[in-house]
Design a binder for this molecule. Structure first.
Ligand code: C5P
Length: 234
């Protein structure tokens, strides 16, 4: 997959209002091409804002982690596809993934599967009724996602190498938990620098607070793009 370094940086717009998001997007300007919108902004007017960003030429990742009966997922994904978003997350249940792949048919939308939420450990899985470790379930679901024709996976940078073996070269691996050297870790537990995540084989990096909370967000974004370009050129 040959991507421009700038296209590989996805900035998480984890902000409470469209007004805040508009200010951030204006500050970032041409430095950022790709934005992620999740529950917080999405349910605060973020979907019409996403349409405006798409009209302005930006790419949008809707991180809504859909999971419902197949018909509902398929119809929802058809609407997201009409919006012009580039990425949409769904939970990696076979029925949900099949419906999402059906719903995006004929569009440029790409479906990303979330294998196992990173806040879950083996105890949480047992409490939810699974008789598998997180590693086993993530690997099984990655293989199902590949077989169903899902376009990519969301995974931590530590999982990239293992999941690439399962996913093959064609699936996009999208990695949050990125921290440039010296930046605040916050609540992230398994972190990696942009350069190391790219070297491990990540296609896209999702970065929130290290850019959005920076004194100079545009400079922070430019520094990460430069680090991606350098690591990708190696
Ligand atoms: O601010 P920070 O760089 O930690 O933001 C990372 C973004 O990626 C957030 O929007 C967060 O919800 C998301 N994310 C994550 N870990 C996952 C999946 C998504 O941090 N496993």
């Amino acid at each position: 997959m040959t991507l421009d370094a700038r296209e590989r940086l996805i900035v998480a717009l984890d902000l409470p209002s469209v007004a805040d998001a508009e200010k951030m997007v204006a500050r970032l300007g041409d430095a950022v091409w790709f934005y992620k919108i999740g529950y917080q902004l999405g349910f605060a007017g973020g979907l019409s804002f996403a349409s405006r960003l798409i009209a302005d030429g930006k790419q949008i990742f809707l991180d809504f982690k859909l999971h419902d009966i197949g018909n509902t997922v398929q119809k929802g994904v058809e609407s997201v596809a009409r919006l012009g978003a580039t990425f949409l997350t769904v939970h990696a249940y076979p029925q949900t993934m099949k419906a999402a792949v059906e719903g995006k048919r004929g569009s440029t939308l790409r479906i990303l599967a979330v294998t196992v939420l990173t806040s879950y450990d083996d105890t949480d899985l047992a409490a939810a009724g699974y008789d598998m470790t997180v590693g086993e379930l993530a690997a099984a679901r990655a293989a199902q996602a590949r077989d169903i024709g899902v376009d990519g996976l969301v995974c931590s940078a530590e999982e990239v190498t293992k999941l690439r073996d399962i996913a093959g070269p064609g699936m996009a691996l999208v990695t949050p938990g990125i921290r440039p050297a010296g930046s605040a870790v916050g609540d992230q537990k398994r972190i990696m620098t942009p350069a190391r995540a790219i070297e491990a084989g990540a296609d896209y990096l999702v970065v929130g607070r290290p850019i959005v909370d920076a004194h100079d967000p545009k400079a922070a974004a430019e520094a990460i793009v430069a680090e991606i370009a350098l690591a990708a050129g190696k």
